[in-house]
Design a binder for this molecule. Structure first.
Ligand code: BMA
Length: 394
């Protein structure tokens, strides 16, 4: 039986109600544009995210949740989305409220993303999760358009790769190629139109963790102006290409260390960004208690600043990525993560993927995993929102 949740202060307008009835699917559902030029549902989702920031509850999210998990991979050929598997669901009998997918390699016209997930299946899962009443976010670990390498700067290509942002901007040698890559992203987001005529709203989160320097768009590889221009180019190109169903998330790493000026150094602007976030991981080999405590402190300090800045800028706020690889602490969910989160008005928390082909690279529990019992406690906490708790996000 599901827990009783505190009432969620979500803004629901009649026009925003999900249209999932079979008969309604046959006709084109109303999907009006708001004054912003985006669909009303997209604006409603933004309002819901902001409302979550005014309440003590937050959504739980998991990357690639329904695509694969420990010991299994979705049958990508099989069309059925009815019996979808999820490690999170196997543990608590509910889907995460938020699903996250990555567009890396869509720019190459590949049929599968950098982690082997077919884009066609991703599209299907996005529709399915929307129909279930859940929310979707998309990240983009795209390759390097200048060197042909990956999103991560390689030592052997460092001389070239650290010039990539300059190269993709207007006048740069990779500009045209990069525009064509942005167009592929726009095509994908535009293609998220249900058979009943609704463009599924998504939260797009490119250029993440830029305060570190491991990605080619990282701190040491471009100036603040270039980074901001990269964002502006992205948002403007998607708009030009007719994208009306995307919200945009800014998600630096922990390097600003609670400092607002540092956090905002490369902020592209209130006219582009809808949600301000933070990527902050728990690095504590062997469940070292001191390092776990340090993570909690770091998270607390950073979220204090991020939520204050988001409030000032009237943006939604979230813990856009977190997790403890392999979750070696049995009560990490309720004793480390939740106590910090409940102090901050975040709209959601997202943990990273449960890789099926990379030993110990998982961030959500699966049946039999050490933290399973604690995760169920976390699930039963009235402040955490899973799929069954949602009602009218759009
Ligand atoms: C990283 C790791 C990689 C993966 C990438 C994009 O954090 O999980 O294995 O390819 O994210 O999903």
């Amino acid at each position: 039986m599901r827990k009783t949740k505190t009432a969620i202060a979500l803004t629901i307008t009649t026009a925003a109600l999900l249209v999932v009835g079979c008969s309604e699917k046959k006709t084109k559902a109303a999907d009006p544009l708001a004054d912003s030029g985006r669909t009303q549902r997209t604006e409603n989702l933004l309002q819901s995210l902001k409302s979550l920031g005014d309440s003590s509850v937050y959504m739980f999210g998991h990357h690639d949740d329904t695509m694969y998990g420990i010991g299994w991979e979705a049958d990508y050929e099989n069309d059925s989305t009815v019996h979808v598997r999820s490690d999170v669901k196997s543990v608590c009998n509910d889907f995460p409220a938020l699903l996250s997918f990555d567009l890396g390699h869509i720019e190459l016209d590949d049929s599968v993303n950098l982690d082997g997930v077919p884009f066609q299946r991703m599209r299907k899962e996005i529709f399915a999760h929307y129909d279930r009443g859940g929310m979707v976010t998309l990240s983009w670990h795209l390759d390097n358009p200048l060197s042909g390498g990956t999103a991560w700067v390689a030592d052997s290509l460092r001389d070239v790769e650290t010039k990539t942002v300059a190269a993709v901007l207007d006048g740069g040698e990779s500009h045209e190629l990069f525009l064509s890559w942005l167009d592929k992203v726009a095509d994908f987001i535009n293609s998220l139109e249900t058979p009943y005529g609704v463009k599924v709203p998504v939260l797009f989160r490119p250029w993440h963790e830029h305060t570190g320097s491991w990605f080619w768009w990282g701190q040491q590889h471009c100036t603040p102006e270039q980074y901001k221009a990269l964002w502006r180019l992205t948002a403007e190109r998607l708009k030009e290409k007719g994208v009306v169903n995307a919200l945009y998330a800014y998600s630096p790493g922990t390097e600003p260390d609670g400092d607002e000026t540092q956090y905002l150094e490369r902020y592209p602007g209130d006219d582009i960004i809808d949600l301000m976030g933070l990527d902050c991981y728990c690095f504590a080999p062997n469940a070292d208690t001191l390092q776990i405590a340090r993570y909690a402190e770091q998270l607390d300090k950073n979220l204090t600043m991020v939520c204050a800045v988001a409030k000032k800028h009237q943006k939604a706020a979230a813990l856009t990525e977190t997790g403890y690889e392999s979750i070696p602490q049995s009560d990490w969910w309720t004793q480390t993560l939740a106590p910090v989160l409940q102090k901050h008005p975040v709209s959601y928390v997202l943990v990273w993927r449960n890789a099926h082909n990379r030993p110990n690279h998982f961030y959500a529990p699966y049946p039999g995993q050490l933290s399973t019992a604690d995760f169920i406690r976390f699930y039963n906490d009235s402040r955490t929102l899973f799929l069954h708790d949602l009602n009218g996000l759009y």
